[in-house]
Design a protein around this ligand. Sequence first.
Ligand SMILES: NC(=O)c1ccc[n+]([C@@H]2O[C@H](COP(=O)([O-])OP(=O)(O)OC[C@H]3O[C@@H](n4cnc5c(N)ncnc54)[C@H](OP(=O)(O)O)[C@@H]3O)[C@@H](O)[C@H]2O)c1
Length: 326
Amino acid sequence: MTFSGFDWSQQQVIVTGGSGFLGSHLVHYLRQQGTGEVIIPRRSQYDLRQEHQVLRLYDDFPNTTMVIHLAATVGGIGFNREYPGTLFYDNIMMGTLLLEYARQRAIPKFVSVGTICEYPKFTPVPFKEADLWLGYPEETNAPYGLAKKMMIVQGQAYRQQYGYNAIHVLPTNLYGPGDNFNPKSAHVIPDMIRKMTQALERGDSEMVLFGDGTPTREFLYVKDAAEGIGLAAAYYNESDPVNLGCGEEISIRDLAEMVADRVGFRGTIRWDTSKPNGQPRRQVDAALAERKFGFRARTSFADGLSELVNWYREHRHDIEASVVFS
Ligand SMILES: NC(=O)c1ccc[n+]([C@@H]2O[C@H](COP(=O)([O-])OP(=O)(O)OC[C@H]3O[C@@H](n4cnc5c(N)ncnc54)[C@H](OP(=O)(O)O)[C@@H]3O)[C@@H](O)[C@H]2O)c1
């Protein structure tokens, strides 16, 4: 089956979170496809946790044909432990309100972007979409993951009751240019790159990382994720959630060696086992996305990681100017 010919020029698309890390790559992808109009509501203009602001957004753009909902409160393991209430409230409110009013306004399609954190803590590897409901998520991810997971339930219920076209995709952990390097909320790869770069510059003979290094993760290059979401938005119209991944599983210990190699840090890496590991293993089965809408990740992890380290070197000054480093 071929997946081509979708006429993006006829689409007016609201991309919530369109100025964020993933969102800016998705907006770039949509523009490359010739999308008629791409609307990026900023948080300062429309706080999407608030009903009246969601209504105002839809009032302001009455010809919207599609909503791609990426806006979210997100963070790494430290942020998740410190702000579970915020993560739950912000994400469930945004998803619930945006989808409900998109349906009421008869916006033809709603694409919700979920997260690998929706999966149960002990999902058999590779994670298959059919296993999403086997158990409770890893505790530090649960408020975030479950708030986002409710968009699956809401979308399926709306399809059943109203015939509404809502779909849900679940990208695995993302990385790439534009990544979040803020020490308070960065995910594991940018956090390691920053810490190792600083350790190298200080001339440290060792550095400390969280956990014992045994957990595994799968990382999807952000530009590939944007393409996957775009393909799903164009060609997928079913209620079953779909993974977006690349099929490469890597341990945190191996990841640390790959980052050290690219950064040039030659010291010892010490593992602080008093800190939690997070979910033991993560790798998704990415077959459904290929079958249903022709998505296959193009970028190898080795290449993508090198690109991100180079990007960090080039943009470090701007990155450090834009976040408060503690
Ligand atoms: N990063 C990952 O590894 C990863 C992996 C899987 C899934 N995802 C999903 O991908 C999506 C984007 O993640 P990201 O990493 O790109 O996040 P990000 O860079 O932090 O971007 C989040 C975006 O959400 C917007 N936002 C937050 N709160 C808002 C509010 N109350 N009202 C309106 N807009 C609000 C922000 O808008 P402003 O810029 O205007 O503040 C920002 O553009 C999320 O849904 C996340 O769950 C991310």
